[in-house]
Design a protein. Structure first.
Length: 442
């Protein structure tokens, strides 16, 4: 299956990147002053890392393909490995988009790559009808971001290495490295397991289910980290503003993530049937489990940037270890007993248990208290529960075509969430309306 073949390539590259992630960008963003003098050293190391990774990936591709028993993966890995090289040459100056909260350029940089991928992959998919459409789209996205990194930021890096600067950056970045390796193992370890034990076809099914379940969470997490990491870094010495900032971010995060996750959960069968077709229906139940796990991860989305922002990345690393242990212990017996559903349950357990730890640590480090934290997540969860019940009630009582039914239920869900959210916002003095108005007025 094409998705499985590309998945093998992306898992391999993610693993190599995680094992060599220096964390210099995070160190530069967290640094309070004189970040500019470290840029050339950081860029030089990034280039060297890209060259080494590309070489390893290109020449090890035959063995990787043999490991997954998928000969077609060899050429895909070799081509996709070029993206690692391209990423290494990106202008290091773009870290200031995040550091200085320049969201306009940050959005342009990210979305332009996504647009390039779509413009290349979709026409090629129509013509080729195979995995290479996805591969070339992925390469196009990275080429676009490389060019844009120099167009959008005026800094022009040069090859220069300073050992003292390297030690300073790595002193912070080593925690990012450790956390990155753990994040890879807990987010890609299940893919490796499924691809090796259950086969490439099962990997294709699983990755699509995981993609749908985590797409909202992944995008929210990426945006939140870009915004909140530099903000928390600036507030790390102001306990009151840090606490209020964390609670505000938590409210917005859960308020957006809850209805999206609830909607996908309630309409999983309809979404799969309409968007993917009958042959993908086996992913419905695993998808429902993974969407619950995705929401649990979304609730914890702002804690990682909090720990990095206040200079305590080891907390994030510690709870990632917990997540990995739970996944490693549970995935094999559950997968052998229940297949892809068992893998999904294992992922859910690992996310749930580590998520409790992430949020407990965030409460402790911000001093917000369990009561205020609970209030921040209670209203969106209650409103989403009511929305899901309304969708479930109507779904069995309407007789539309599949796509009409799906669109109708999405509309009903959105309206019901908006209405009840407005009522509960006033009833419980939640404050989301005030936060939205403040952002509009800025």
């Amino acid at each position: 299956m094409d998705f499985g073949i590309l998945g093998i390539a992306l898992v391999t590259i993610s693993g190599m990147e995680a094992l060599s992630q220096m964390g210099f960008n995070a160190a530069l963003i967290q640094r309070k002053e004189n970040a500019e003098q470290f840029l050339d050293t950081a860029w030089t190391v990034a280039i060297l890392r890209g060259v080494v990774l590309f070489t390893i990936l290109f020449f090890s591709s035959p063995w990787i393909a043999d490991f997954f028993e998928s000969p077609q993966a060899k050429a895909v890995i070799q081509v996709v490995s070029v993206t690692v090289l391209l990423s290494g040459f990106q202008n290091v100056g773009i870290i200031f988009f995040t550091k200085q909260l320049d969201f306009k350029k940050l959005i342009i940089f990210e979305l332009s790559g996504t647009l390039a991928e779509i413009l290349v992959a979709v026409p090629l998919a129509i013509m080729l009808r195979n995995v290479w459409a996805l591969v070339w789209g992925f390469v196009a996205a990275n080429c676009c971001r490389l060019v844009l990194s120099f167009i959008l930021h005026a800094y022009r890096p040069t090859i220069h290495f300073d050992s003292r600067q390297f030690r300073v950056l790595f002193g912070y970045g080593r925690w990012v490295l450790g956390s990155g390796i753990l994040v890879f193992l807990v987010t890609q370890g299940d893919d490796i397991f499924v691809g090796k034990v259950l086969g490439v076809t099962a990997l294709g099914f699983y990755q699509i289910a995981y993609l749908i379940a985590n797409m909202p969470t992944t995008e929210i997490t990426k945006v939140l980290f870009s915004i909140t990491f530099p903000a928390y870094s600036k507030l790390q010495d102001d306990a009151v503003r840090l606490r209020e900032g964390f609670l505000k971010v938590l409210k917005v995060n859960v308020f957006i993530a809850a209805p999206v996750a609830g909607g996908i959960f309630a309409l999983a069968s309809e979404l799969v049937e309409v968007c993917l077709g009958e042959k993908w229906m086996p992913i419905v139940l695993p998808l429902k489990i993974l969407i619950i796990a995705g929401f649990a991860r979304a609730v914890s989305a702002s804690t990682g940037s909090l720990f990095y922002g206040i200079g305590k990345p080891r907390i994030d690393t510690g709870w990632q270890v917990t997540r990995l242990i739970v996944l490693a212990i549970s995935i094999y017996p559950l997968a052998m007993g229940f297949g892809l559903l068992g893998v999904s349950i294992s992922v859910f357990l690992s996310v749930l248990i580590s998520g409790i730890g992430f949020n407990f640590s965030a409460i402790k480090n911000t001093g917000c208290g369990f009561r205020r934290y609970g209030k921040a997540i209670f209203v969106p969860i209650l409103t989403t529960f009511i929305m899901v019940c309304i969708i479930g009630f109507l779904r069995d009582r309407i007789q539309f075509s599949s796509i009409t039914e799906l669109l109708f239920l999405i509309g009903v869900g959105a309206i019901s969430y908006g209405v009840f959210a407005s009522v509960f916002d006033k009833l419980f003095h939640y404050g989301i309306g005030k936060i939205v108005r403040e952002q509009i007025m800025q």
